[in-house]
Design a protein. Structure first.
Length: 69
């Protein structure tokens, strides 16, 4: 990671002050994970991303089951 931020200061402060907004947005989190995997290169397999996708699928199924009950 770079020591100097490349994003707007206001955006950076907003993220730092309310990180839960980012963490609760699955689309943003998937984009961040994809960017991280791309930065790591093709020779590294990040099992966290795979595990997260599987957990999200299981959670979606559980939520669907809960709605149908």
């Amino acid at each position: 990671m770079s020591s100097s931020p490349k994003i707007d200061d206001a955006l950076r402060e907003a993220i730092i002050s309310a990180p839960d907004v980012i963490l609760d947005d699955s689309d943003v989190m998937q984009a961040l994970i994809a960017a991280n995997e791309k930065a790591m290169g093709g020779n590294i397999v990040d099992l966290r991303g795979i595990a997260m996708e599987r957990l999200e699928t299981r959670l979606d199924r559980l939520e669907d089951t809960h709605r149908s009950v």
